[in-house]
Design a protein around this ligand. Structure first.
Ligand code: GUN
Length: 294
């Protein structure tokens, strides 16, 4: 069994980007600038966005954090997005999800300029991804592809079972794993809450990608020997004995599943850090595209 060490790989990627940024500075070029909008006070979202912004600073990007109250109207948020769309100093930006219920998420996603959509959520970018065109790939699926690539995991002709059909992870992941090329070329089954015989389907998987958000969902008896197991779940479980009052756990019963898997991602330290690294990579790409247009 080999651990797919997202922490280590994400640090390598950040170092690679940091070196690129240093070269840009030496040449007197503008460095990439990422902005992040967060609406409301959700603890997990604030933590994620905080990590994104801190990572920008560490690698030499410019960053702007825009915090808006939970009472923000849809119109106010759309106005802010329009400002960022035309702000020449900003190369890319994200609107952290989920949004408060008074705001229509689809309208927000549609409002972001596709050229600045470093999350890859806009239909133009999502469509390009599905058509194998060059675009911004959503950071979490992109991070999983990068892990599979760096650890040389064979995906050709394998059966990949994706659990969960969210627009952020499961849906794009199912498309990417079936694309022509590597990592890809696998036969994909996308499972969800209405899937019948889900345990039977999972037991046939060479590669399992679980993006469900249910702690300990995936048990050792559900996976076949030598399966590749990717755990995208990040759930905060309340625990008074911990300093923060909670601990983080994934969808996978790691302790037991790791004995059967050929490759496995831990939580924390697997897919999570990769998401941030790939967002930075997308922002670098956005900067390069921005410069070539101007
Ligand atoms: N919420 C959970 N994951 C993500 C992500 O990758 N991007 C944004 N914008 N919101 C998220």
């Amino acid at each position: 069994m080999e651990i797919l060490d997202g922490k280590k790989v994400s640090n390598e990627i950040k170092e690679e980007i940091k070196a690129e940024v240093a070269k840009m500075r030496e040449r007197g070029e503008k460095v990439p600038h990422l902005a992040a909008i967060i609406v409301g006070n959700d603890g997990a979202s604030l933590t994620y966005v905080g990590s994104k912004v801190r990572s920008c600073e560490r690698i030499g990007f410019e960053s702007t954090l825009i915090q808006m109250p939970s009472t923000t109207s849809e119109q106010e948020l759309l106005k802010k997005i329009k400002e960022l769309n035309v702000d020449d100093d900003i190369d890319g930006f994200i609107v952290q999800l989920p949004l408060p219920e008074q705001i229509d998420t689809q309208k927000v996603i549609m409002a972001v300029d596709p050229d600045k959509d470093v999350d890859g959520f806009h239909p133009t970018n999502f469509g390009k991804m599905a058509l194998d065109m060059s675009t911004f790939i959503p950071a979490t699926p992109f991070g999983i592809l990068e892990l599979l690539e760096r650890y040389k995991v064979d995906t050709k002709g394998k059966h990949t079972v994706v659990i969960g059909r969210s627009h952020i992870v499961g849906r794009p992941m199912s498309i990417l794993m079936g694309r022509k090329g590597w990592p890809g070329n696998s036969t994909v089954t996308l499972t969800h809450s209405h899937t019948k015989n889900i345990t039977q389907i999972i037991s046939q998987a060479d590669i399992v990608i679980s993006a469900l958000g249910v702690p300990n969902f995936l048990k050792a008896e559900m996976v076949k020997d030598d399966a590749v197991v990717i755990d995208v779940g990040i759930t905060r479980v309340p625990d008074e004995t911990k300093e923060k009052g909670y601990y983080i756990t994934g969808d996978v019963d790691f302790e037991n599943v790791c004995k059967k898997a050929s490759f496995i991602t831990p939580v924390p330290g697997g897919v999570g850090p990769m998401t941030i690294a790939m967002l930075l990579k997308n922002t670098l790409l956005a900067r390069e595209r921005h410069r070539s247009r101007n």
